[in-house]
Design a protein around this ligand. Structure first.
Ligand code: 4NP
Length: 166
């Protein structure tokens, strides 16, 4: 039987700081785990204000210091995303509320999760918006994402090993 992929969509407000970073962190973890053919990863924004833009240059610089290359191009979430992805993961409560408002049906609402649900370190209940912060805000985003993405990968590995044909 054909192996189905698990499809993840990371979402933040502008799709230029947090969700592109989550995409890059998760892609590296998935690649290192040898699961690149089982897990598909993308990111999007609640707004289209930055549509077509590369990730924020400050975010790219901080990510590059940890070896991540942010190569996504900003796009807004669309209705099709709720059908195409299995997990839609927002960064803060506002993202979650906005995603719920955009969800076309109840099945779609069930796909919406908050990034920090997967954190091992429970110090933060959301990934704070770094846009108006200094360097420490961007470093915090990366710290929180590295922790939460590792927790998310653990859950996906368990799911994939208990559903080999899924
Ligand atoms: P992000 O950060 O949601 O993590 O991409 C932001 C990017 C842009 C703005 C706010 C947050 N903005 O106000 O333009």
């Amino acid at each position: 039987m054909k192996e189905e992929k698990v499809r993840l969509l990371f979402v933040c407000l502008g799709n230029i700081c947090r969700s592109p970073s989550a995409e890059a962190v998760m892609k590296r973890l998935v690649k290192d785990a040898g699961l690149g053919d089982r897990i598909e990863i993308d990111s999007a924004g609640i707004t289209g204000y930055h549509e077509g833009d590369r990730a924020d240059s400050r975010m790219r610089a901080h990510a590059a210091r940890r070896g991540y290359k942010l190569d996504s191009v900003s796009r807004p979430v669309c209705t099709e995303d709720f059908f195409d992805f299995d997990l839609i993961i927002g960064m803060d409560n506002r993202n979650i509320d906005d995603l719920k408002r955009k969800a076309p049906d109840l099945e779609s609402v069930e796909k919406i999760h908050q990034m920090t649900e997967y954190s091992r370190n429970k110090l933060y209940d959301h990934v704070p918006d770094p846009y108006y912060s200094g360097a420490e805000g961007f470093e915090l985003v990366l710290d929180l994402l590295e922790d939460a993405c590792a927790g998310l990968l653990d859950e996906l590995v368990q799911f994939i090993s208990s559903n080999p044909d899924n």
